[in-house]
Design a protein around this ligand. Structure first.
Ligand SMILES: Nc1ncnc2c1ncn2[C@@H]1O[C@H](COP(=O)(O)OP(=O)(O)OP(=O)(O)O)[C@@H](O)[C@H]1O
Ligand SMILES: [Mg+2]
Length: 482
């Protein structure tokens, strides 16, 4: 990875200008700054990757900058420049977390070495993090669970397509299991013992994506201190998941199209053409066809990717699976956390099933794990143990809240309807649930019914008898969700 933003802090304008222009010529976005105050402001405004700071500043010194940065909790690499030649200060700077130091006067060659060393360290840290993430992911993975006919259809498709080398496009909302499906395709294929490589196209800055795809030769750009294989090469013989495919910039879309058509490409900064044999799985939670219509995604690339489309239904569209998933996840997490498997109250299950799960299986998985961790091991799990947030419950009442915010009247109607449903139409009981008196409830019902139905008389009888007749239920039917 290269550097995305560097701050050069020195009150000597000549040095500042020289270093800034040196870095800018290497396409590293760089800002020159003269004081400690401005440095901290700049960092607060927008984080930076690297701070090259002079020990002696007009309003403080480099060590103070280091301390302030630490206090702000900002993570940034620091190269300290010191004009005194006092190695002690440099050592102190390193103790405070500086990555490197430069003794003034230094040559541009030395400067470059220091910059490259920082880039190298960053790359190592980055690789380390990726490895750790992969390990954590593997430790945390659950098998693919399903029981609905909708998912059985998906899995049937997975098995059939796995037997081929066809390119697959997986579409589905966030958290519906696109990555799991992609892995299942690989594992059910003849490539199962070959590499399975993932690339999240949204996680890599645009200018580095090409090298991430195709690799680079040594010296292709600043920071390319050695040759590096791209994901296509790493995946050779196996499967490559291009996740969040909608996010790749136009220039790369055409390069990707070429690899898909010809299975060949060049590394960045290289002129040798490499050939690979890779099965591509692309995934997205956006409507890719819509991106094509908007001109954001190349149509020819879309067709190339969409050889076999797999659409994973949202959890809302397969509510029948909620109960099964909750139970399976509870069992799994109970084992993982060394607890017995809790029972779950029927009301809690009802709540979980009627919730609309905007975050799909990921959200359900997280809710069950949290409930299990907080469970004291005695009582049945209740709805409150799953701490569906109020806004989450609201979203359950109004699934389209993000698109269309409900009015108070709509919310009130919906709540009254729910209360009447729950009590089987018993107004007295419904009013109690709603925390209003029965007269208010009656008035509201009249208001909503627009006085069209002469219910008054019947109603009084009903309140006495505590029974609702079919006619009044029908009268309420306009309140029910369509
Ligand atoms: N059918 C399933 N069975 C078991 N776990 C599932 C299932 N579907 C999703 N999950 C779990 O939900 C989480 C999210 O799944 P995954 O990462 O595959 O979703 P995604 O569709 O790729 O989401 P995003 O678009 O946000 O990347 C993971 O922890 C995964 O294990
Ligand atoms: Mg994903």
């Amino acid at each position: 990875m290269s550097l995305q933003r560097v701050l050069v802090v020195d009150d000597d304008p000549a040095i500042r200008r020289m270093l800034v222009s040196r870095l800018q010529r290497q396409n590293i976005p760089t800002v020159g700054i003269a004081t400690m105050q401005q440095t901290l402001e700049e960092l607060r405004r927008e984080p930076a990757d690297l701070l090259i700071v002079d020990l002696q500043l007009p309003d403080g010194n480099g060590l103070e900058v280091l301390q302030a940065v630490k206090q702000l909790g900002i993570s940034v690499d620091v190269i300290m420049m010191t004009g005194f030649g006092t190695i002690e200060t440099a050592i102190e700077a390193m103790k405070l977390g500086a990555s490197n130091y430069l003794l003034k006067p230094f040559s541009l060659g030395q400067f470059e070495l220091a910059i490259n060393a920082v880039i190298e360290q960053r790359n190592l840290r980055d690789e380390n993090r990726t490895l750790k993430e992969r390990l954590a992911e593997e430790n945390n993975s659950t098998p693919l669970l399903y029981c609905s006919s909708e998912m059985e259809r998906v899995m049937g498709l997975v098995k059939r397509v796995a037997a081929t080398d066809a390119t697959v496009l997986i579409q589905g909302e966030s958290g519906t299991g696109k990555e799991l499906i992609s892995r299942a395709i690989h594992e059910n294929s003849a490539r199962a013992d070959k590499p399975y490589i993932k690339l999240n196209c949204a996680a890599v800055p645009d200018n580095l994506l090409e090298s991430e795809f195709f690799g680079h030769e040594r010296g292709a750009f600043t920071g390319a201190t050695s040759r590096r294989e791209g994901r296509f090469e790493q995946a050779n013989g196996g499967t490559l998941l291009l996740d969040e495919i909608s996010e790749i910039p136009p220039n790369l879309q055409s390069k990707l199209l070429r690899v898909l058509q010809e299975q060949e490409f060049e590394r960045v900064g290289g002129n040798r053409t490499l050939r690979v044999d890779v099965r591509i799985v692309a995934a997205t939670n956006r409507d890719l066809l819509q991106s094509v219509e908007k001109g954001e995604f190349r149509q020819d690339l879309y067709f190339r990717l969409n050889v076999v489309p797999i659409k994973i239904p949202s959890l809302r569209e397969r509510k029948g699976e909620v109960e099964y998933l909750v139970r399976e996840f509870l069992r799994y997490f109970a084992q993982k956390h060394g607890k017995p498997t809790p029972r779950i109250s029927p009301f809690a299950m009802e709540q979980l099933t009627s919730y609309n799960w905007p975050g799909n299986v990921r959200e359900l998985r997280n809710y069950t794990e949290r409930a299990l961790i907080l469970w004291e091991g005695i009582k049945d799990l209740e709805a409150t143990d799953f701490s569906l947030t109020p806004s989450a419950v609201d979203a359950g009442l109004f699934p389209d809240m993000n698109r269309e915010f409900p009015t108070i009247e709509q919310v009130e109607k919906r709540l009254i309807t729910l209360a009447l449903e729950k009590t089987g139409g018993q107004r007295t009981e419904a009013a109690r649930l709603l925390g209003i008196n029965v007269r208010t409830l009656r008035n509201k019902l009249h208001e909503y019914e627009g006085g069209e139905l002469p219910l008054k008389q019947k109603e009084e009888i009903r309140e006495e008898g505590g029974e609702e007749d079919q006619a009044s239920k029908n009268a309420l039917s306009f309140l029910l969700p369509k």
